[in-house]
Design a protein around this ligand. Sequence first.
Ligand code: 6PG
Length: 248
Amino acid sequence: MRGTLIVCADYESLSREAAERVAAVLAAEAERQSRVTVALAGGATPRRLYELLASDAFRARVPWIKIHFFWGDERLVPPDHPESNYRLAREALLGRVPVPPANVHAVAGQLPPEQAALSYEQELRTFFRLRRGLPAFDLLLLGVGAEGHTAALFPGAPLSQLVAGEERLVMVAHGPDAMPRLTFTLPVLNAARRIYFLVAGEEKAAAVAWAVEGKGALPVQQVMTAGELLWLLDSEAASQLKAVRVAR
Ligand code: 6PG
């Protein structure tokens, strides 16, 4: 098995477990350094986690002024579009906590795709002061698609996205629908110091089993880190894993 597995009874307890861990990590990192970097996941699963982090129970635990938010992938739509990952994070979290606007590093989804990719890549290079090398996020949140995608790295993704080296950090990606997206390349995902996957629902169970137990060519199977890799699952998403006990 790759990484540590936490199986929660349902979506609500999964979100609470994630909120506990994320709040603790952000607070601990903020003790050590002046800027803490988080790359958020897309999709709907993190919504409850975001709401909890903004709630009275958690809000005061996080030194928001030190936390910088990025997106590991984004749909190329304007920031108010219902499909915008930025919009979900703003509504559920960022608009409800005292995070300085300058700490929110959103994708310019209204730009033409390649221009948006280059502009976001430049944002990373400037923030992390990189001429060469990869950014090392303190925390990267990821989701999983039922067919094995993660971020916007879809099965059959071009090699350029999977072995991009240090030349490209952010690329335009195409999934099964017509929506163009941006994605961090696999090397950028894998350079993160901590990767937390958040997965709920039975339709994800097979992809989770491939990812956690197997080795293969699906994008989600290739995510790894020299740091902490954590799978936060609800019992449905964990239902095809062997020998798993529901912990919470
Ligand atoms: C996106 C992300 C994607 C997401 C998974 C899970 O949709 O923007 O690219 O990787 O994290 O598809 O999505 P759900 O949480 O909506 O199931």
